[in-house]
Ligand binder design. Sequence first.
Ligand code: AMP
Ligand code: ZN
Length: 112
Amino acid sequence: MECIFCKIAKGESKSNLVYQDETAVAFPDINPKAPVHLLIIPRKHIESVADLAEDEEKLMGHLVSIANKLAQEQGISETGYRLVINCGPHGGQIVAHLHIHLLGGRQMGKLG
Ligand code: AMP
Ligand code: ZN
């Protein structure tokens, strides 16, 4: 079964891309947990941060830059936001394609 986030990145599954370039795309989370909840992903299928190769450090930095830009566009850079990367079962990762959650527009709770 093909990865849902790969399908979104390829335009094979319907999603409203809010950002796209050669290496990454971003789109709204289907089940938003905050007024702003976007997912930023690499086009390349990397299962999780634990699977990042050393030469993919730059790619990870690029994803964070995109998240910052999107936060500005969404008008939440002043009030603040949270970037979340879940990794593996205990990390609560459901979709096995590396993604950064951009959450904002409300006060976040303490991590627990
Ligand atoms: P995680 O628990 O970090 O793996 O988060 C996966 C996230 O992907 C969840 O917040 C889901 O709501 C979201 N999600 C799953 N399928 C889709 C989809 N087809 N389009 C957008 N978001 C999705
Ligand atoms: Zn994938």
